[in-house]
Design a protein around this ligand. Structure first.
Ligand SMILES: Cc1cc2nc3c(=O)[nH]c(=O)nc-3n(C[C@H](O)[C@H](O)[C@H](O)COP(=O)(O)OP(=O)(O)OC[C@H]3O[C@@H](n4cnc5c(N)ncnc54)[C@H](O)[C@@H]3O)c2cc1C
Length: 413
């Protein structure tokens, strides 16, 4: 279940094994989430970071792809329950249904502060950003105009930092000549982080570097005050209030409903507390991977919710299944290898922590770019994105500045 990084990896690694696979996803595409912020900020088009699952796996005759929404699991009968009332039988089940953003018990903030997880989220954010400039151009009241030109991002992790840096470049550089009545260089971009520093998963020096780099781009960084309200008119945090028409949410995640489907123990973010071999407690034939599981195994801390972890877990499960088919059913504990943490700050700077070496600045940005191009799928997309980035790097021009009609956003499932 789930054709994200984890689920797709299981399917891929089972190629050639004597199995029949059914891959179920509510969407018809596999999404490269690390570059979603570039769609949201008009740098890339949607089709450059998403691929139809059916096409990706078209040569795998033993594999069936189903576009369907899972609503539950009947573990007694070995069936996955779908929204349309049908059920899919299984011998072994892999739960790879990921996570969404969470509002710390304040779901009522979502309409005012959308998060970034799907292509719909990204195009919705892009529309909000670009429409705000359009409305500011037609607004004569200086206060309302200032509010339209104030962009707030909540959450100072990699996604918040990447959004803030790119929105600042969009406003201060890309759009600067496009408007006549407003000066987009005066737009305010504010990054709010409740903790004492941004990029808390990075070392102090890289976090300080990213902070300074954001400020050089014109981003105002607000630390140490948690957000207490988000409304149509702005955001309140600590004892302060900022009037802003665009607020973006990049704080907190909540795992899919997998723990509820099985009734197994979960952490505060609803991630299943799996056994060391990644099976769900009490269910040796049901495995849980990626953002929907929590497991210790990285410097005594939980394995981070990032794409390489989901892929490593997918690989581990595929090997376990193959070994079981060969008659070896002994439990195999999962071991995580951390290959590094990366975050970009605008189009020319990044921070990278490989553990054995830390890199920052332009060199880090080039390494970040090459790493992402390597992990994309297909030659055409790699070439298109590389060309796009070089163009943006040299000219500052972001060409995906399209305001597409607002469509109903799918409900938060
Ligand atoms: C904005 C953003 C930026 C990120 N940047 C980075 C980064 O730079 N580097 C990095 O390593 N990681 C990054 N991540 C995290 C990374 O994308 C996740 O850790 C990874 O996608 C987890 O893989 P997964 O297979 O568990 O879940 P996902 O890749 O999210 O896949 C889950 C799949 O399950 C499907 N699904 C969910 N529920 C159902 C259901 N009920 N029925 C049917 N299908 C369902 C979904 O449609 C989805 O396709 C980022 C995430 C986000 C949101």
């Amino acid at each position: 279940m789930g054709a994200g990084f984890g689920g797709l990896e299981v399917a891929r690694r089972l190629a050639g094994a004597p199995v029949r696979i059914t891959l179920i996803d509510q969407r018809n595409h596999h999404l490269f989430q690390p570059l979603l912020y570039q769609v949201a900020t008009a740098s890339l088009a949607t089709s450059e970071i998403a691929w139809p699952v059916r096409h990706l796996l078209r040569r795998r005759k033993e594999l069936t792809t189903l576009l369907a929404f899972v609503t539950g699991i009947d573990s007694a009968d070995g069936k996955v329950l779908l929204e349309d009332g049908s059920a899919i039988p299984y011998d072994t089940l892999v739960l790879a249904t990921g996570a969404r953003h969470a509002y710390f018990g304040h779901d009522e903030w979502e309409p005012y502060a959308p998060g970034l997880k799907t292509l719909e989220d990204a195009t919705d954010i892009r529309r909000r950003l670009l429409l705000s400039f359009e409305r500011a151009e037609r607004e004569s009241d200086p206060e309302r105009r200032a509010s339209l030109l104030t962009f707030v991002i909540v959450g100072g992790g990699p996604t918040g930092v990447e959004l803030a840096g790119t929105i600042a470049e969009l406003a201060h550089e890309t759009l600067r000549e496009d408007f006549r009545l407003i000066d987009t260089r005066k737009a305010r971009v504010i990054l709010i982080e409740a903790g004492p520093r941004i990029l808390p998963s990075f070392t102090d020096d890289l976090s300080a570097y990213a902070h300074a780099a954001l400020e050089r781009l014109g981003v105002e960084v607000e630390l140490g005050r948690p957000v207490r309200e988000c409304t149509d008119n702005g955001v309140g945090f600590g004892d302060r209030k900022i009037s802003a028409k665009v607020i973006l949410w990049a704080a907190g995640v909540r795992a899919s409903a997998a723990a509820d489907w099985l009734g197994v123990p979960a952490d505060h973010a609803n991630r299943i507390k799996a056994e060391p071999d990644l099976s769900a407690p009490g269910y040796p034939d049901i495995f849980v991977i990626g953002d929907t599981v929590t497991i210790d195994g990285w410097r005594g801390k939980p394995v981070p919710g990032i794409a390489p972890a989901a892929k490593q877990q997918g690989r581990h499960i595929a090997t376990t299944i193959k070994m079981r088919l060969g008659g070896d059913a002994s439990p195999r504990p999962f071991r995580y290898k951390h290959s590094g943490s990366l975050a970009t700050i605008g189009k020319r700077s990044a921070v990278i922590d490989f553990g054995w070496i830390r890199i920052r600045g332009r060199l880090a940005w080039w390494i970040w770019g090459l790493a992402h191009i390597y992990f994309l799928i297909g030659v055409r997309n790699r070439l298109a994105i590389a060309l796009n980035w070089l163009w943006i790097y040299a000219s500052g021009d972001r060409s995906a500045r399209l305001i597409t009609p607002g469509e109903e956003r799918p409900s938060r499932r």
